[in-house]
Design a protein around this ligand. Structure first.
Ligand code: HXC
Length: 257
């Protein structure tokens, strides 16, 4: 049963997921993360969903892992924690994710943002990895993805001091692709998602896969991987449709084949 997420799919193929645990600034407890992983698994299997927007509330996208829940875990509890599996399922989601961030995106919240392919943020958003202040370190990619997103110096400053950065700083560093006024963040993210949802689904999927691969491999291997994916798309009907539609000066009608 869904408890901590509000979801809706628009007719243009955009699933919007709102984290909804406002009393704890959307702290990511185990139940919420499990729901998120389940929702994305269902979206992966649903051809009507072509892109996903994840958003939070006006005060917080998510203020991190649930600290009260963490307080109950000893070493064995942390070792047997199911949450890494939920994070792995979120990171394996093959369709594009756009994060629409208002307010705090801290700790696990910032890590969730970095699972998105595109990040749209309100000018009042704050991004941070404050775990060091709790005597711990990020545990869901906050060191590895942040350093790739913003470079070593700023990532190290954020992780070692725990101090958050402003939306403007996150935008300047490349963590965020667009800044908006607070009331327009979700709408802008949904617009971008809709424009992706209108593209050929198999090409979108390959593009996401190849883009992500670039962070895990060296250039020559990445280029070879890209070329293979490019070649594979020659077998799709949608490639012919896209090219024919251009030549015939009409809008393409993609079928996901
Ligand atoms: C549980 C949280 C929470 C959290 C906020 N709350 N963050 N509960 N886990 N991460 C709760 C507060 O206890 C409070 O509940 C309510 O939300 C409102 O928060 P306030 O602190 O009163 O709001 P404010 O003064 O505006 O301060 C906002 C804040 C602060 C700066 C975001 O809440 C804060 O510092 N939160 C913790 C941020 C953090 O350290 N995140 C990293 C967690 S560790 P009550 O009941 O008192 O009203 C992590 C590890 C990831 O993420 C590892 C991944 C595997």
């Amino acid at each position: 049963m869904l408890n901590f997420l509000l979801t809706g799919t628009s007719s243009n193929g955009v699933l919007t997921i709102q984290l909804h645990r406002p009393e704890a600034l959307n702290a990511l407890n185990t139940a919420l993360l499990r729901e998120l992983a389940d929702t994305l698994d269902n979206a992966a299997a649903d051809s009507a969903v072509r892109a996903v927007v994840i958003t939070g509330g006006s005060r917080a996208f998510a203020a991190g892992a649930d600290i009260r829940e963490m307080a109950d875990l000893d070493l064995l509890g942390v070792m047997n924690d199911p949450r890494p599996q939920y994070w792995a399922r979120i990171s394996a989601f093959a369709k594009p994710i756009i994060a629409a961030v208002n307010g705090f995106a801290l700790g696990g919240g910032c890590e969730l943002v970095m699972h998105a392919d595109i990040v749209i943020a309100s000018r009042d958003a704050r991004f941070g990895q404050p775990e060091i202040k709790l005597g711990i370190i990020p545990g869901a990619g906050g060191t590895q993805r942040l350093i790739r997103a913003v470079g070593r110096s700023l990532a190290s400053q954020m992780v070692l001091t725990g101090e958050p950065i402003t939306a403007q700083r996150a935008y300047d560093a490349g963590l965020v692709s667009e800044l908006t006024e607070p009331e327009l963040t979700l709408e802008r993210a949904q617009q971008i998602a809709a424009s992706i949802a209108a593209q050929a689904p198999l090409a979108v999927r390959q593009a996401k896969d190849v883009l992500l691969r670039s962070q895990e491999t060296h250039l020559a291997a990445g280029l070879a991987y890209e070329r293979k994916a490019f070649t594979l798309l020659a077998a799709t009907e949608d490639r012919n449709e896209g090219i024919q539609a251009f030549i015939e000066k009409r809008r393409p009608e993609y079928k996901g084949r």
